[in-house]
Design a protein around this ligand. Sequence first.
Ligand SMILES: [Zn+2]
Length: 246
Amino acid sequence: MAEASLTAEQRQRYARHLALAEIGPAGQRRLLRSSVLIVGVGALGSPVALYLAAAGVGTIGLADHDHVRLSNLQRQVIHSVAGLNRSKVDGAARTLGALNPDVKVDAIEATVDEHNAMELLRKPLVHGSIFRIEGQVTVFVPGRGCYRCLYPEPPPAGAIEESEQAGVLATLPGIIGTIQAAETIKQITRAGDPLVNRVLLHDTMAMTFREVRYRRNSGCPTCGDRPSITSLADSHAAVGAEEGRR
Ligand SMILES: [Zn+2]
């Protein structure tokens, strides 16, 4: 009876989830009712979007202002030659629709920045970043620390521009983005031990993962006991910067 609200087709599609004690019918229904916003449909956003659509996340928002360039295709696996010079969110929305008709996709051709991100800050944020052959992932949950608790200083001037010129191994965003997707599924289904107050650091060439713990800083200017930053226009925080050095 627990599967009663799933259609026969959904019971087939999600059979391997239904068989998992950690997900099961209750977890699958949570996924189908959930909504996730993906900020940036590039290297990291590609595997995140593909896996969350495959997993049956009911509503996926895709936010990106950019168009697909040939140099993106080396690692941004949701895009293809057919989408060159076209909107990233429109192409990605078509791909997700073909993958899973259960998923409603909202294509948002815009950048999430200091002008519109503040309203997102009360939601869990699964943050990933990559640089050359290294990447990192963590999950920020309101009340348990934020990006500023982990990195008190904004990136140095020019760091984002510099990182855009740097190389990146094709598979690196696949590794980091897939971990982001896994953490998102865990947040939605409340399964497992979330990557909260821990940042997972990966080096592809050494093929190592190590974990660094961090805590909410009560003096944090953003989420501390007496925050001094209440609008992102004050902070110049790099929200969702996905190919950035930290
Ligand atoms: Zn903080």
